[in-house]
Write a protein that binds this ligand. Structure first.
Ligand code: GLN
Length: 511
């Protein structure tokens, strides 16, 4: 097995036993990036020199007897998370050459733990999107099928993990941006509760739902990363004082868990095979000792409309700071400031950012505020109350992450409404600030893959033939598990036992 294919847990064991060094591990990841990223385009920046230096430093720390689950582990960071001295673009032309003078809190914590930052990953511009096609630097390609999107907006992070360019990556989730690409790329993606991990140093999108979290190869790896990045931060007053449990130590069984299955998450129009795979996954959780309880969340149908009023409102305010003067202004341009103001915003932002600025400005304007923004906030409160009520009766909710699997590049990019509907099952937990995880739960045969006889919902992974094991010809499906506020531990526990009882996470794309 190649070193870059290791999980965090496995790599830490090998580092601890002195079987490998962080330098070797880091070089293996950098070599993998060089080998395949021209096809996938997951990375916007690779900082080889800094990574090799960090790896040597981690090896020195280990040699002195220091230990730590992330000490010397190579990772990639979504490019809307600030990294001191390494450019952060948010995949926008307006920030093309922006270098932050400080690290985001989550990056600072990773560095203190000794993680090695390999570079920065592609995303939809300012994290607006579900496919990573809105990047000003071109789309990322899905490792399972290079003609398809990796999901978004943390598409670069998810694709990089799936293609073993790093051992884990950080993403941000505002309305599904960790979970959707995790499901499309067949990796684990954890959106923590709002306020569980610090937003300090994230390029703000929707400040009332933004939250950073891990994309990883296994649930246990996600738990390890989460234990490092979680916690109260005096630089983000919305972080909670809630105690951070040692997540990776709490990964016991599903037995006895009450698992709610909301009927509103299985709807007409979703991909049939996705529905089948998720239902098979729920049956598996029952077999593992979970108690399946049908529940109802009738306000689910309002989640997308409410999200697409609140989100553009906050975006129009948050993006106002990019006025073409403080950021992204070249000296040559700086002659006529009035002209520059319009020109820079005009050319600096892509079409989706502009659309959201206009939508947000409209719904916040006098005369429309009450009808749209205020109304949306009231419905949001209903959505929160409904989740809280149902989650007082069950421990977790099990649903599909996305209504479909990775679609073709270009298939939805001209139809914003279709793209927004990708968020149908993920926006609710974001509006309510609840933790949610996406874990691989099957592979389907999309149209054009008929020659492959893969059976969907086949959770007896050990019956797979060689081609199926490699994943060739199939696209991953994600199971979403939503939990109570600040109870990441329980969703990870359920996800982990499901994962270990199945083989989905072991498949690798053929590249
Ligand atoms: N698809 C959502 C959107 O476009 C996801 C955003 C996110 O979570 N960053 O708003």
């Amino acid at each position: 097995m190649k070193l870059n294919e290791l999980t965090v847990k496995e790599a830490n064991e090998k580092l601890t036993k002195r079987e490998i060094t962080s330098l070797e591990l880091t070089k293996a990841c950098l070599a993998r990036i060089k080998e395949i990223d021209n096809k996938i385009k997951a990375c916007l920046t690779v900082c080889e020199k800094e990574a090799l230096e960090a790896a040597r430093e981690a090896d020195r720390r280990r040699a002195k007897g220091e230990a730590g689950e992330l000490l010397g582990i190579p990772c990639l960071i979504k490019d809307n998370i600030l990294t001191k001295g390494i450019r952060t673009t948010a995949a926008s032309k307006i920030l093309e050459n922006y270098v932050a003078p400080f690290d985001a809190t989550v990056v600072k914590k990773l560095k203190e733990a000794g993680a090695v930052i390999l570079g920065k990953t592609n995303l939809d511009e300012f994290a607006h999107g579900a496919s990573t096609e809105n990047s000003a630097f071109g789309p990322t390609h899905n490792p399972w099928d290079l003609n398809r999107v990796p999901g978004g907006s943390s598409g670069g992070s998810a694709a990089a993990v799936a293609a073993d360019m790093c051992l884990f990556a950080l993403g941000t989730d505002t309305g599904g941006s960790i979970r959707c690409p995790a499901s499309f790329c067949g990796v684990v993606g954890l959106k923590p509760s709002y306020g569980r991990s610090s937003r300090f140093g994230l390029i703000a999108m929707t400040s009332s739902t933004d939250v950073p979290g891990p994309l990883a190869k296994t649930v246990e790896d996600a738990a390890i990363v989460m234990s490092v990045i979680a916690g109260q931060d005096k630089l983000d007053s919305t972080t909670a004082g809630e105690k951070v449990p040692g997540y990776s130590q709490k990964l016991d069984s599903i037995k006895g868990l009450k698992i709610g299955v909301p009927k509103e998450y299985f709807i007409k129009g979703m991909e049939k095979q996705v529905e089948e795979a998720v239902k098979a996954a729920i049956a598996k959780m029952e077999e593992l000792g979970g108690e399946i309880i049908p529940v109802s969340l009738p306000h689910t149908k309002y989640a997308v409309p409410v999200y697409y009023i609140i989100t553009p409102s906050e975006i129009s305010s948050n993006l106002a700071r990019f006025d073409g003067i403080k950021y992204g202004l070249s000296e040559k341009d700086a002659q006529n400031l009035a002209e520059i103001y319009f020109k820079s915003r005009g050319k600096g932002f892509g079409p989706e950012a502009k659309r959201r600025i206009m939508l947000g400005t409209y719904v916040l304007s006098a005369g429309y505020y009450d009808a749209y923004y205020l109304q949306a906030q009231k419905v949001r409160t209903r959505i929160i109350q409904e989740f809280d009520r149902v989650l007082s009766e069950v421990d977790i909710l099990a649903t599909p992450t996305s209504p479909d699997t990775a679609f073709k590049i270009g298939e939805k990019s001209n139809d914003p409404m279709q793209m927004y509907l990708e968020d149908i099952f993920v926006s609710g937990a974001s509006l309510a600030g609840l933790p949610a995880i996406s874990v691989p739960c099957g592979f389907i045969n999309p149209i054009g893959y008929k020659e492959n006889k893969m059976k969907c919902g086949d959770i007896e992974g050990n019956k797979l033939n060689e081609k199926q094991k490699s994943g060739a010809g199939g696209l991953p499906v994600g199971l979403q598990i939503i939990g109570r506020r600040f109870d990441e531990a329980t969703i990870m526990r359920a996800a982990r036992e499901f994962e270990q009882a199945t083989e989905w996470h072991k498949r690798k794309p053929e590249l």
